[in-house]
Design a protein around this ligand. Structure first.
Ligand code: FMN
Length: 183
């Protein structure tokens, strides 16, 4: 299965990057990964879209189109999703007749040093994805609060046992979610 990944944090020591690495580590062996580097996508502009769709946007849409599923791993900024994620989704969803997102199985995940673990960012993401007819997995939710206590400082992954257990359950559930819609 071809799984496309989007990471909403651009910083090197990102906790969400560590969460994404841990999801990859515990994923079913028949998954292959393709990450989209969203930081190179310009801000959405309908004039630019009309005159010349940037190559990076064309690549984003093609990768999404061929994917069996998408996983969006993102921090929460000011109670919402980061602008880079919203921007990538706005480009992908436009124009609606050429959007790769309708009926696409999508799973959300996020990590935060705060307690609620990106619940508001995920709620906002879900609202946007439902508006563009994606099939967002309803549960199990992967909200990793107090994430700084769950990683080794040197480690590129989350190692805390309870969180790893939740991640394993989450990837199994998403595998089933994708299968449901591919039959
Ligand atoms: C501009 C900004 C706004 C933030 N707002 C929130 C927030 O609303 N909720 C939250 O849980 N954390 C918030 N944080 C803290 C982030 O969760 C924290 O910086 C986290 O480490 C970012 O994810 P990353 O480690 O993957 O880069 C905010 C951080 C920044 C820089």
């Amino acid at each position: 299965m071809d799984i496309v990944l989007l990471c909403g944090s651009l910083r090197k020591q990102s906790y969400n990057r560590k969460l994404l690495n841990t999801i990859k580590e515990h994923a079913p062996s028949h998954w292959t990964f393709n990450e989209i580097a969203i930081e190179r996508i310009p801000f959405y502009n309908a004039d630019v879209e009309e005159s010349h769709v940037p190559d990076v946007v064309k690549a984003l849409k093609e990768r999404m189109r061929h994917a069996d599923g998408l996983i969006i791993v993102s921090p929460e900024y000011n109670n919402g999703m980061p602008a880079v994620i919203k921007n990538a989704l706005d480009w992908a969803a436009s124009p609606p007749q050429d959007s790769p997102l309708p009926k696409k199985p999508i799973a959300l995940a996020g990590a935060s040093p705060q307690g609620a673990g990106t619940v508001q960012a995920q709620t906002q993401l879900r609202q946007t994805l439902i508006a563009i007819d994606a099939y967002v997995m309803s549960g199990p939710k992967l909200l990793v609060g107090q994430v700084h206590k769950r990683v080794d400082i040197e480690d590129e992954r989350i190692t805390e046992e309870e969180t790893v257990k939740r991640i394993k359950k989450y990837v199994r559930a998403f595998d089933e979610w994708i299968t449901t819609f591919s039959e």
